[in-house]
Design a protein around this ligand. Sequence first.
Ligand SMILES: [Zn+2]
Length: 104
Amino acid sequence: MTHRRRLLLSACAAGLGMGLLLGGACSREESGSSDVPAEALSSVNDKCPMCKKAVNVDVATQMFDESEVGFCSDECSGQWSRLEDRRFGHDVQQSFLDAVLSDN
Ligand SMILES: [Zn+2]
């Protein structure tokens, strides 16, 4: 009855060397989610404020007031930057950010 479980455990043990290298626990893929892992994000948002796609951790974040804002792409990051030059741009940024933060 515990055969399957034992297999899993030994697979875990075998992966431990690699797991140590990667700094992560084994069998992480069991959660099976394709979403961006929340712990990888340094930004306050997990969705792009410009287009509401998932934030890409490879895209540089920008500081907005005291918050770190993440984006899905450099393109959206650039659009966000250009808002700052506009009149009331800060308010627009705030409303975009509020929209994705309250979307959860
Ligand atoms: Zn985007």
